[in-house]
Design a protein around this ligand. Sequence first.
Ligand code: GLC
Length: 409
Amino acid sequence: MIPDADREALRTAARTALEGGWREGTTPDGVRYAYTRPAPRYPDQFFWDSCLHAVAWSRIDPSRARAELRSLVAAQRPDGLIGHTIFWNGRVRAMRAPIYNVLERGDRATWTIQPPLLGWAWEQVAARSSDDPGFAAEGLAPVAALHGWLERERAGPDGLVGILQPDESGMDASPAYDGPLGLRAHGRLGFMRVLWFNRRRGYRYREVVADGGFHAIDPLVNTALAMSWAALGRLGHPDGARRAAAITAAMVDRLHDPATGLLLPEGPDGRPLRVSTWASLAPLALDDLPAEIGRRLVDEHLLNPARYWLPYPVPSTAADEGAFRPGSLGRVLPRYWRGPTWLFATLPLLEGLLRAGRADAARELAARTARLVTRSGLREYYNPYTGEGLGAGPFATSAIAFDAVERVR
Ligand code: GLC
């Protein structure tokens, strides 16, 4: 049971963080935008944050949810790409330009991606948009165009899409990619070499791969794509269900590791990368994940107190990994996602627990999440043992926890 006071505290925190981050305006060339910035230190529109903001907004003010998703679409390039970060407020700040994935300072968005959750978010928001009945159909063409770009630019014959930098996985310094990157890992000085390598190739994935650059098949990114295709199917896209099923099947075929039961990322040499992060549990969010694979993910990993079932779950990296650190790491360039709990993960894993018939555990996850926010507010991430809030705050993207908790009553 979640105490009413915790539920209310979460609703208030979500509303305050989302309202505090709201930005709207018109660019000099007349494009209107409206979105939530995650925190003052992140003033721009971030792709997957925005998808999660929109879902959280849909429980508070659906018109803002729709505006936020429409802004992502307003940033779509003619070829279909919607970048990882969109710079509505003008040019990339000069200080940051060297580490942003742009070709020129005037670029409105990065040339890199984040987990493609747009179709999924569109469906969630459409379900709460009875006051705007055209909204559901409006998403079909832009989301399909984004998926088309991913397929053309990033996918192999089995449809799984690749990433060319670890931050494209959403988990910037994921320890899963330490092996192939070494001193070039995110948050280390050598990461600049990865950035420059990719920039010189115009961020063209196939060129990066051909020239021996870092690349990987990430389970979280492909889960997002399968979720997005499935949602698009339910919104009316004739091919959505088939595409979603094909991606799930390809992930099971290519990423599932029978020894551990995890869906592991595949590294540049085609071999599995064996560090366990929540990205390997994310496929639990898929309707058509084979039940036995889901059962192992839940019993051996998610609900294992030595791995992910810590006092304030779900840690971004399994607690029994050598790389696991429960607190902040890195002062100049923070090294994210190496242990702390990020609330981005709560919703897909909670849905996965419900789907696996583990309603008690889903309720427990929601209750601990609500307690965490009551204790520490909406922060960027948290120590999974103590619940201490870390990183930026108030952090709007963590408002997604409100939606997750509302799903279990
Ligand atoms: C960090 C996170 C990334 C997020 C961004 C904005 O870079 O790793 O996932 O999108 O912050 O919140």
